[in-house]
Design a protein around this ligand. Sequence first.
Ligand SMILES: Nc1nc2c(c(=O)[nH]1)N[C@H]1C(S)=C(S)[C@@H](COP(=O)(O)OP(=O)(O)OC[C@H]3O[C@@H](n4cnc5c(=O)[nH]c(N)nc54)[C@H](O)[C@@H]3O)O[C@H]1N2
Ligand SMILES: Nc1nc2c(c(=O)[nH]1)N[C@H]1C(S)=C(S)[C@@H](COP(=O)(O)OP(=O)(O)OC[C@H]3O[C@@H](n4cnc5c(=O)[nH]c(N)nc54)[C@H](O)[C@@H]3O)O[C@H]1N2
Ligand SMILES: [Mo]
Length: 653
Amino acid sequence: MADSVYRVVCPRDCYDTCVLLVEVENGVVVRVRGDPSHPVTRGVACPRAAGDPLRLVRGRIRYPYLRVGGKPDGRLVRVSWSEALDIAAAKLREVLREYGPSSVLHIDYAGNMGIVTWYYTRRFWNAIGAASTDYSLCSNTGHEAIGLHYGLSYGVLPEEFEKMEMIVFWGVNAAVSAVHMWLLALRARRERGSLLATVDPRVTETARASDIHLRPRPGTDVALAYGIARHLIVNDLVDKEFIERYTYGFERFAEEAIKWTPERVERVTGVPRRLMERFAEEYAARKPSVVFIGMGLARTPNGPDIIRAVSLLPALVGQHRGFYYSNSRGWLVNLALVTGEAYGAKPARIVSMAELGELLARGKFHYVYIYGVNAVESLPASHLVAKGLARSDVFVVVHDTHWNTTTRYADLILPAPTYLEKTDLPLSYSHATLTLSKMVVEPLGESKAEYEVIWELAKRLGVKDEWLYEDPLDTITKALEDALQEGSIRDLLEGRLVRLRQRPRDEYQTPTGRVEFYSTRAAKLGLNPLPQHRDLILAPDEYILLTGTHPLYTNSQFRETYGPHPPVVHVNPTDAKRNGIREGDRIALYNDHGEVHLKARVTDAVPEKTLWTTRHVIGLNGKPINVLAPPSRHMIGGTPILSAIKVKIRILA
Ligand SMILES: Nc1nc2c(c(=O)[nH]1)N[C@H]1C(S)=C(S)[C@@H](COP(=O)(O)OP(=O)(O)OC[C@H]3O[C@@H](n4cnc5c(=O)[nH]c(N)nc54)[C@H](O)[C@@H]3O)O[C@H]1N2
Ligand SMILES: Nc1nc2c(c(=O)[nH]1)N[C@H]1C(S)=C(S)[C@@H](COP(=O)(O)OP(=O)(O)OC[C@H]3O[C@@H](n4cnc5c(=O)[nH]c(N)nc54)[C@H](O)[C@@H]3O)O[C@H]1N2
Ligand SMILES: [Mo]
């Protein structure tokens, strides 16, 4: 029997944002379970949540350390917090004086999506006007792409999945990356006979368990979406009344769609005509429905157009925002207040996450403060990020819970408490519930929360703004003033679940106030107003490398629990034969940017000319996979291209 059970919220960057029950015995966390009362978690813990008791104590940074003798090989010397903070503040003061605030950069991402851990900490950096990134790493391009046609990108809630007659997983491996949303879909099928469809070039866990699997060649989904649209239009399966009343520019969209004959679509995508037509007919007949558009698509070369095209399908069949991408832009939480921007504090400069490696390697920035992100592994062009951070004229501070690849390039390393060691309010980007996550155990070692560290730095720099030192719970209270639908802030602070208000589903924040098949905003920006197919051109010896999620890891986290990511790459049997590759052979993937060695798994789960490996895998040659990722980004939303990267392969002796 556990001494006590605590309710917490998993703050990791994941679709599901689970509410978890943590069992503690004699002060030790022994077990993490899913909360059965939560409408999405439903009592299920994924392997990562279940692995947390171990990750809580393994691989932790427990004390502050200073590196002496250069990065990355210099020795680490343990220092006290007051020494660490004095050094961090003195260096910061020096850089501000010599180079100004735009040469101070904070790099942070969704390692912990807590409002306090992540957003509140930005207060200090905004108060001193430091440079910030554009937060484009994951989802921004998709938000902006959908935004061209819908205004904001919010859509169906996971809580509604069970009521859906058809659920389409388009470029998302939900059985792995959104386990709980997947379980809700399975329940819908079991209880109401809902149809599950997957659109993915790979035979994924999700595809295997779906009723229909459309398997387009990577990057050809715009053609597929137009093909589906054409079938709906020519067979009179569209909802004319809806189109008339709620949409704009249908005729021009239809003109383009008509050009995508079934023969042409089959030739471009490889999807058999009959299968596509069956999909279209089911989609027209089964309502309500939801198309789950994967965030992974945003990081592929044709991603923006694919997301645009797919997001328009629901409007053809009369579904208001009948998609799910991310609901974060639908909430009414005042995050500008949390980050201090509402007080007029703002970054001196905003830099692209795709270009960070190049900028750092070229000598930009003299002070870099990193938290909640494993920058060297997660950003594109890992080698440039590493080279840039290793410069002797840049002072690098990393505040993290665990030792990682990025801590190797830090001058100063600060220990942070994990979500089990602090109180915070993680904000989900999918479901509309909020639960306060309360501290379960005392911070390990000398770990200190993010907001406390920036307070200490601010005091040392003499920053006087009172709002900067506000009690984070007071900030949360203010930020939620207009945000709740059900329950009060008091309920929340007393540990009860409350519900977020969502903007109306039939409200479209576009210039015309309608779903714009023909995007007037795109036209104004000089982009194509309609989604456009582009061929991915490959040289005869080039392959498309897809990178994706693995059940045991959240990005680079959980090596501490489950060991390194399997250094394996999936190769299609035809490609294997052509290159003389056999199961288990070591092969090199390489391009102009780098080279990574992995073991081949020969499988027809990947189509020809396509390779797949886990995101954040480290090669057998010690290189992180993102040495292969070019420092390039999308025009829409700025997200870097981290999947569908062009590589060549070579068999190793
Ligand atoms: N090739 C390729 N690259 C990719 C992707 C891909 O698909 N392919 N995916 C991209 C995407 S979608 C994303 S979101 C990024 C993810 O990239 P990252 O945000 O770097 O993801 P993680 O590896 O989860 O690293 C999060 C870090 O936060 C730390 N952390 C966790 N909790 C806390 C906390 O409470 N406090 C502090 N201070 N630190 C904490 C963890 O220990 C870890 O070091 O990677 C991107 N990179
Ligand atoms: N277990 C686990 N869950 C996670 C994470 C994790 O690391 N581990 N990371 C979290 C994060 S940060 C994110 S952003 C999400 C990402 O969640 P997902 O979007 O599911 O992630 P990916 O695996 O990048 O991509 C999904 C699928 O897109 C397919 N795909 C690639 N190219 C194309 C294409 O051209 N067309 C189509 N139709 N499909 C294509 C891939 O084959 C892959 O199966 O997952 C979150 N959840
Ligand atoms: Mo992500």
